[in-house]
Every structure is written in structure tokens, then in C-alpha cells.
Design a protein around this ligand. Structure first.
Ligand code: SF4
Ligand code: SF4
Ligand code: SF4
Length: 272
């Protein structure tokens, strides 16, 4: 049973957040929300410990579908970056702002880009595509993320400046259209660049938060140099082009690691 403690710890962390938010904000939604996410992640860790091949994909579907369908479509909560700006401007510290604070701004200091590997509903679809490991070298077009980041901010600021009516409705439609655009662009780029995660690497505005915060991440994949035979397998299977054999924080594409564990799984010497 001892080997399952990470699964229990994960559940305990999320339950602590769930109960704290429930009691401080006097809203039982937080108990349900974070308990569900905690149970999903804890179940995924349990499957991972049992070496189940699709553990990560199961968590991704459990959490991603919940966010997209339940929170986004049923509860009308815009969980995309526009929703974050919107709730931030209105001074409402509710689901979208809490979600960003936990998963994408402060959480990455602990679990890096675990969000990108285990919960994002955009990547949940992109990971079904055929190019699991990139077939070509990385392109130098990552600057596009700053344009999409600025565009999301300008869009929401413009709505406020124009004093647009029925903002809740506009944000709901922005969520639907935004997701369709993300999926369309993400799938087109994956096929154009033979890389499922091309959208994550070059376009996604959320990486403007995720990358600098995950630089300091507590959870990192490290290489045991005494075991490593420099076969290069780990780099070939990495969907994010991380130079995982370099243990420094400045390693090539270090802030891109999504903790998918493909490298560790493929290492013939258990060096990762
Ligand atoms: S980079 Fe963006 S689209 Fe890709 S997994 Fe992370 S949050 Fe999702
Ligand atoms: S393969 Fe390894 S280094 Fe690459 S993203 Fe996954 S966990 Fe990180
Ligand atoms: S797969 Fe393992 S042995 Fe091969 S280079 Fe990577 S860490 Fe070293």
C-alpha cells in the first residue's frame, strides 16, 4: 500500500483546497469542484503507479471534459483567458480567477505545467492526433503567443471601454467561439508541422503565465547521470522538445515540460 501514498497526498491537497474555499467563500460549489478534480488526479496517479499506459489521458479527459462541458457550457463560466481578464476587471474572485490562480499562475511553482499535461481541454483533443512526438525541429515563432495574449486582453478591455451590454452573454459566446478557433488552429498546425503540440508551443496565450512560473517548479524530471547511457531516446519521444538529460533549470525548452512522463517511460536505464 505504501507505494500509493502520492495518490493519497494528491487527494489530501485538493481536499484541503476544497474545504478551505467552501468554508471561506461559503459556497459548496468549491467543495464539489476541487473534490472532483482531486479525485480525478488522484485516480490518475493511482493508475500511473500501477503502470497503466493511458493513466495521463484518462485524467486529461476526466478534468478537461468537466471544465469544458460542465463549467464552460452548462455553468456558462468562461474559463479561457478572456474569462480570466473579465472576472479580474470586474473584481470578482470566483471560478475562473481561482482556476487561473491555482492551475496557471501560482500552482506551476509547485507542479510546473502539469495543467498542460493532465487537464487542458484544448490539448485533450490535440493529443488524439497522430504526431505524438514532433517530426521536425522546433520553429522560432514562439513570439506569436505574446500577440494572442495581448489580443485577449485588448478584446476584454475594449468591451469594458465600450460599456457593452449583457457581458455575461458575450463572454459565453466568446468561450464557444474561442474554443472552436483554438481547436481549428491547433489541429491545422498539428498537421502542418507534424506536431500535436504545435499550438501549445507557438500560439497559446496562457503560456505567457505558465512558462516563467514553471521555471521555478518544485516538481521536475531529473536525469541520473550515473545511469544515463546517452542513447537519446528520451529526447526523441518528448512532445515538447525538452533536453531532459540536462538537469539545470536553463535546459533547452525546460519551461515547456508538461510532465507527461513519456521520457521516463521510454528510458531503457530508468535514469529519469
Ligand atoms: S499550452 Fe495552452 S493549449 Fe497547450 S496544454 Fe497548455 S494551456 Fe492547453
Ligand atoms: S517527455 Fe519528459 S521532458 Fe518531455 S514533456 Fe514529457 S515529462 Fe517533460
Ligand atoms: S533515454 Fe535514458 S539513457 Fe537514454 S539518454 Fe535519455 S536518460 Fe539517458
Amino acid at each position: 500500500m505504501k507505494k500509493y501514498w502520492p495518490s493519497a497526498v494528491m487527494l489530501a491537497i485538493f481536499e484541503t483546497v476544497a474545504v478551505t474555499l467552501w468554508l471561506t467563500k461559503d459556497n459548496i460549489f468549491y467543495l464539489f469542484n476541487f473534490s472532483y478534480i482531486g479525485l480525478s488526479i488522484s485516480f490518475g496517479v493511482f493508475l500511473f503507479i500501477r503502470k497503466y499506459k493511458h493513466a495521463r489521458r484518462i485524467v486529461q479527459l476526466l478534468v478537461g471534459l468537466y471544465m469544458l462541458v460542465y463549467l464552460g457550457l452548462i455553468c456558462n463560466e468562461n474559463m479561457q483567458i478572456e474569462g480570466f481578464w473579465y472576472y479580474l476587471f470586474t473584481g470578482v474572485f470566483e471560478a475562473a480567477t481561482i482556476h487561473y490562480a491555482v492551475a496557471k499562475i501560482f500552482g506551476p511553482l509547485i507542479f510546473g505545467r502539469g495543467w498542460c499535461g493532465y487537464a487542458c481541454w484544448t490539448a485533450m483533443v490535440l493529443d488524439f492526433l497522430p504526431y505524438k512526438a514532433p517530426e521536425y525541429p522546433r520553429k522560432k515563432i514562439g513570439w506569436i503567443r505574446y500577440i494572442t495574449f495581448a489580443a485577449s486582453l485588448v478584446f476584454v478591455a475594449a468591451l469594458f471601454l465600450a460599456k457593452a451590454g449583457n457581458m455575461e452573454r458575450i463572454m459565453f459566446w466568446a468561450f464557444i467561439i474561442g474554443n472552436l478557433v483554438y481547436y481549428g488552429v491547433g489541429i491545422a498546425l498539428a498537421f502542418a508541422f507534424h506536431d500535436n503540440r504545435a499550438f501549445c508551443k507557438y500560439i497559446c496565450p496562457i503560456t505567457v503565465f505558465l512558462k516563467p512560473m514553471s521555471y521555478f517548479s518544485l516538481l521536475r524530471i531529473k536525469c541520473d547521470k550515473d545511469k544515463c547511457i546517452s542513447c537519446g531516446k528520451c529526447k526523441r519521444v518528448c512532445p515538447m522538445n525538452v533536453d531532459v538529460t540536462d538537469n539545470s533549470r536553463k535546459r533547452a525548452n525546460g519551461t515547456e515540460c508538461i510532465l507527461c512522463m513519456e521520457c521516463a517511460r521510454s528510458c531503457p536505464k530508468d535514469a529519469l
